[in-house]
Each structure stands twice: as C-alpha cells, then as structure tokens.
Design a protein around this ligand. Structure first.
Ligand code: COA
Ligand code: AMP
Length: 630
C-alpha cells in the first residue's frame, strides 16, 4: 500500500483505521469503539477500554522475552557515567518506587510533579506514576522556582519527586533550593517530596516533608499495574501560551500509546530490539514521547543522554554515542546541529566515528534551516527528515514515514500529514487558500488519538485557544503553505510564541515579568533571528516618568529578573531602553514591524501607525545592540 492511500483511509475511516492500530498494544479490556464524539468539538478516543501505560512500556516485554534486553542506556559525559538497565531491572525499580508512592497514599488520578534532570531516575519516576494511574507533570530543570510554583498551583500535586541537582556545563544547578522556594511560593502544598540525592550534591532534606529516594523504598511492597480507562490522563505537560500562565496539555493514555506505537516503525523506522536515540530532555514533549514512552512501548532501547551537543567534551559526542551503541535512528533539534556545525564546519569529528548504523536523522522542535539540513546530509550521508509537531499533539503532525514508504525529501518542508491529521491552510476568514499561498495552518477535527483532548481544568481556555477561531478546526498557531504535491512548509507563528534553541517560550510571559520592574512603565519583547538558537528574545523598555537611574543598571536588573522568575532557559540577555514604542492608532504595539527592523528585513510602514518617526528611534536603539547584525 502507498502511504497516500493509508493516509486517505485514516481520514475517511478513522474508526476502522485506529481500531486496527490499537492491536499493537496490550489491553486489560480491548476497545470496542475508537472515537467518542458525543461532546464534539471535544473528542475522545478509546474511552471504553482499559489498560496501563507502564505495563505496555515494561512488564509486557519482561513477560514476552525481552527481560534481559537493555531498555535504557544512560550516557552522561557531564558526570563521566555510563550505565545500562535491562527491561527486568527497569520494571523492578519502577515497581519499587511505585510501591513507595502507593504506601504513602498516591493512587489513580493523583498528580505528581517531577523536577529532575536527564537521569534514568526521571524516567523511573514517570513510569512509577503511570503504573499507579497517577498523573505526572514533569517540569523542565531550566525553569525557575516561580515557574515551578505556577505549575504546582495548577496541577495541585499530592507529591513531588525531585533530584538534588542538575549538571550544566561549568555549574551545578541546585534543584533543592529551587524546589523549596517554589513550594514556599505556591498556595498548594504537596503532602510529601521524594528526593533523589545525586553524588554531585547532597541536598538538605526538610524534616516531615522530604523523603530520601532509597529510604522510602526500603521494606515497601512493589506495586502492580493499575488498569485505567482509555481516556485517563497519563500526564499533564505545561507549555507556553500567549500569557504568563502556562497551558496544561492533557495526554490521554490509550490514544497516545496507539499513536506512538504506529510511529516507531512507520515513521522512525525502528524495529524492536534496536537502539533509538532522542537527544532532548524529559521536560519537553519530545522527551516524553521519544525518550520514554514510544521506544519502550516498542521494545526498543532508548538512550538517556545527559550532556550537550558541543563542549561535553566536544562536537564529536553525538557521533561517539551513535558508534558506541549502534544507534539506528537519531532525533534532535536543528539548533544542536547548528552548534556542532559551528564548531566542526568541515565535519572532521563526524569522520572520526563510525556512524554507519544510522538509517536517518530526524529533526523537529523548530524550523530546520536548509543550510543545516544540507550540512548534516553531506557529512552523515543520510536522509535528514524534518518533521513538525507540538506539545499539544504529542506526536508528529507532518513527517516522512521512512519505515512505510520513503517519500522524496524536500529541503525546507517537514513533508506530509501523518495518519489522522487533515491539515489545511486557511485565510483569515477560515477559507482554504490555494497551494503556494500563505495562511494559518489548521487541522480539521477530530484530531487523531494521542493529541490533547483538553487543557487541565481549563476547558474554556482550551476552546478559546484552539477551537473557536476556525469552527470545525484545531488552530495550530503556525503559519505556512502547502505545495502542489501536498508538502507543508512551516514559516512562522501567528501568536507571541517564540522558539529559542528548540524551546518554546512566550514573549507575553517575559513582558509580564519586565512590567513588574518598578522603573518600567511599558515594554515589548520580540524574537529576533539568531544563527545558533533560531530566535532570541529582545526587550524594549520604556521607563516611568522621572526615572533618572542609569539605563544600563535598569537593563541589567531587567535581565536578571527574567532569569530569576522564568529561568535561564528563557535566554533573555538583550534589552534596550527606548522613549516610546511604535503603536497603531488603536494602541496595539507593532511587534512584527520591530522584528523586521531588527532582522534587517524589508518592511512597509504600517498604514495604521500612530507616529512613523518612532520606527527610526527603534532602529537606532537596535543599532546600539548590534542589530541588524551582519
Ligand atoms: N537545567 C538548568 N539550566 C538549563 C537547563 C537545565 N536542564 N537546560 C538549559 N539550561 C540553561 C543553560 O545552562 C543556559 O544557561 P546560561 O544562560 O547560564 O548559559 C540557558 O539555560 C540557556 O540554555 P540553551 O538555550 O539550551 O543554551 P546553551 O548555550 O546551554 O546550549 C545548545 C545551546 C544549542 C547546545 C542547546 O540548546 C541544545 O543542545 N539544544 C538541543 C535542543 C533541545 O534539546 N531541544 C529540546 C526540544 S527538541
Ligand atoms: P513545542 O510545543 O515546544 O514542541 O513547540 C511547537 C512549535 O515549534 C510548533 O508550533 C512550531 O512553531 C515549532 N516547530 C516544531 N517543529 C517544527 C518544524 N519541524 N518546523 C518548523 N517549526 C517547528
């Protein structure tokens, strides 16, 4: 069968198609129905079935002959550690941790926040929650205490599982004080915390609240898998929206597993028993899906990498890992390749290692710029597969199904829609545009299994954020076009979200922080083009009347404030004081025009602008920061 026919079938007969795919996983009670549309436009999948995600990821492989196969390879150049865990070992460790959680009352439906770096214990914590039917919510380690507090208040966890520290090149990230600060700030208090003490830093435990990871497992009975309904949330993952309040994306268990199972062979071309490596972080959706759940579900071996593409120790780290473990499929963000290319333009490091086990390289998380794709293709002599998805969807919306049919690769395009995604490009009025014409990218409802059914306790916001703009469609927030062959091109966001080193950040959230500085009267944050990270945030600050302090001091305080409130991951280092901001006559800040000035792009002075002279002031201010560069 051609892929185009398979895709057509998935759209025309979603019920039949997905019930068939559902056979790839183990059920306690098999689904009789796939799609539940009674509450349309809110759709649910496999609601009548029962299963357990941890069983599917671990136990069934132990029972089915893979007990002694390596499930996880932990490779940490930052701590000089290499370890492997078989499926049996991992199952036993997870069952033991789940037992400790259960003994303290954690059960189905309880939330557990996880704040951990890229260590196997992070995966164990996630899977232990899944084993009990508890809902995990992993918070990325690069977020500051306040961001963690916001998520604690929204998810209201019964427990928090954290590590004592994370390791960034050149510094130890002290997780414990961040955790303590977050709990203090949050209105909701967890009943207890479990702390994994790393050798690199032993944290002080808070008596009566904190339990030691090992101690709390001592003498408790391991927990068995708790069956849950197909629509039971496996996790909540917070992602940036247009405001400082992150959106809690819900991932329902069954649809997710069914969709992920389809992708492992058909998209990533991995067979059970082979080594699959995603260099990302468990704090992001890419990590949830392709470091944890999908490779384990498929009976593959997953690599947990604690390091960076460069500097740990050099630009050859990725290729060393590929050679050492025989990785067949490798997935990362384009920014990682830009970092490597910058250090090793001639590809000398690539040539030092044997990378012939690799079948393809997969890139996602941000736009894959043609220069980087061509460099990677040339140095690795492999197909480079760009694919497009979001935290909300949990798995690729568009991609190139390498294990089903190797479709031609077009540089600059993440190829074609994956099963169940009916992708359309619409004009402002919601009418489809012609091929080649730019528009808002939307997906006809229902979305396929695995995608978000709702936002955590925020249905109104869910409808408003995604479903109201184009009735009958899910609004992706991305803009682009489709070519004559049905290949999609993602060009920009339609909202205030920017993408920094593959990390999705809200400029609105940064503006909220800047506006809280006592000297700042008004501000705007834009994303400017950056050769390494794709985009970088840049802030414009208008100071309150009468403020006479040195501008450089205020700028430094503003930069520090964003790092303290949002975290280092915001990478907010550029800010400048201006007299006024360019606005329309109705008062809307002209951010898009400022982006064009900063990037040195052509732009038309907007007809609605209040005072065009302000644009010259903005250009002059940007000049002082070296923009436009080059
Ligand atoms: N915990 C604490 N701090 C973290 C962190 C974590 N887990 N991850 C990143 N940070 C910090 C970094 O140390 C850096 O701090 P600094 O300002 O003190 O230097 C800051 O957050 C910004 O991080 P980042 O934007 O990642 O820049 P970087 O210079 O550390 O690394 C790359 C640049 C390109 C090497 C890096 O972004 C990378 O490897 N990206 C891979 C892409 C990826 O994983 N994407 C996820 C989605 S697929
Ligand atoms: P996240 O939710 O963090 O995965 O970010 C999702 C957003 O990243 C998308 O809405 C896009 O804006 C961007 N993105 C992800 N993958 C790609 C890609 N392959 N090409 C272009 N943009 C991408």
């Amino acid at each position: 069968m051609r892929y185009a026919d398979l895709h057509r079938r998935s759209i025309e007969d979603p019920e039949g198609f997905w019930l068939e795919q559902a056979q790839a996983i183990d059920w306690v009670k098999a689904p009789e129905r796939a799609l539940f549309d009674e509450r349309a436009p809110i759709y649910e999948w496999f609601k009548d079935a029962r299963l357990n995600a941890c069983w599917n990821a671990l136990d069934r492989h132990v029972e089915g002959g893979r007990a002694e196969q390596v499930a996880l390879i932990y490779d940490s150049p930052v701590t000089h550690t290499k370890q492997t865990y078989t499926y049996r070992e991992l199952r036993d460790r997870v069952a033991s941790l789940a037992g400790a959680l259960k003994a303290r009352g954690v059960g189905k439906g309880d939330r557990v926040v996880i704040y951990m770096p890229m260590i196997p214990q992070a995966l164990e914590a996630m899977l232990a929650c899944a084993r009990l039917g508890a809902i995990h919510s992993v918070v990325f380690g690069g977020f500051a205490a306040r961001e963690l507090a916001t998520r604690i208040d929204d998810a209201k966890p019964r427990a928090i599982i954290a590590a004592s520290c994370g390791i960034e090149p050149g510094r130890v990230v002290h997780y414990k004080p961040l955790l303590d600060g977050a709990i203090e700030m949050a209105t909701h208090k967890p009943e207890f915390c479990i702390i994994y003490q790393r050798e690199q830093e032993v944290a002080k435990l808070t008596e009566g609240r904190d339990l030691d990871w090992h101690e709390c497992q001592y003498g408790v009975e391991s927990a068995e898998c708790t069956p849950v309904e197909g629509d039971h949330p496996l996790y909540i993952l917070y992602t940036s929206g247009t405001t400082g309040q992150p959106k809690g994306v819900i991932r329902a268990t069954a649809g997710y597993l069914v969709a992920l199972a389809w992708t492992m062979k058909n998209h990533y071309n991995v067979n059970p028993g082979e080594v699959f490596w995603t260099a990302s972080d468990v704090g992001w959706v890419v990590g949830h899906s392709y470091i944890v759940y999908a490779p384990l579900l498929h009976g593959a071996t997953s690599v947990v990498f604690e390091g960076k593409p460069v500097g740990t120790p050099d630009a050859g780290t990725f290729w060393r890992i590929v050679e050492e473990y025989g990785v067949v499929s490798f997935f990362t963000a384009p920014t990682a390749f830009r970092a490597i290319k910058r250090e090793d333009p001639a590809g000398e490091m690539v040539a030092k290692y044997d990378t012939t086990s690799l079948r393809a390289l997969y890139l996602a998380g941000e736009r894959a710029d043609p220069d980087t794709v061509l460099w990677a293709q040339d140095k690795l002599k492999l197909p480079v597969i760009d694919h497009w998805w979001q935290t909300e969807t949990g798995w690729p919306i568009c991609g190139n199904p390498q294990g089903f049919e190797k479709l031609p690769v077009k540089i600059g395009s993440p190829s074609v829609p994956m099963p169940g995604y009916d992708v359309r490009v619409l004009d402002e009025g919601g009418k489809p545009v012609a091929p080649g014409e730019l528009g808002a990218i939307a997906i006809r409802l229902p979305l396929p299994p695995g995608t978000l059914p709702n936002l955590w306790q925020a249905e109104e916001r869910f409808l408003k954020s995604y479903l109201n703009t184009f009735p009958g469609y899910y609004e992706t927030g991305d803009a682009g076009y489709v070519d004559e062959d049905g290949y999609l091109y993602i060009m920009a966001r339609t909202d205030d979200v920017i993408n920094v080193a593959g990390h999705r950040l809200s400029t609105g959230a940064m503006e909220e922080v800047l506006a809280s500085h006592p000297d700042v009267g008004e501000c705007a944050v834009i994303g400017v083009a950056d050769e390494l990270k794709g985009q970088l945030p840049l802030g414009f600050l208008c100071l309150n009347k009468g403020v006479t302090r040195d501008h450089a001091t205020v700028v430094k305080e503003a930069v520090d404030l964003v790092r303290e409130r949002i975290g280092p991951v915001a990478a907010f280092k550029l800010a400048v004081v201006v007299e006024r901001l360019p606005k329309t006559r109705s008062g809307k800040i002209l951010r898009a025009t400022m982006v064009k000035i900063a990037n040195g792009e052509e732009f038309a002075v907007p007809a609605t602008i209040d005072d065009p002279a302000i644009l010259d002031e903005i250009a002059a201010a940007l000049n002082t920061l070296g923009y436009p560069c080059g």
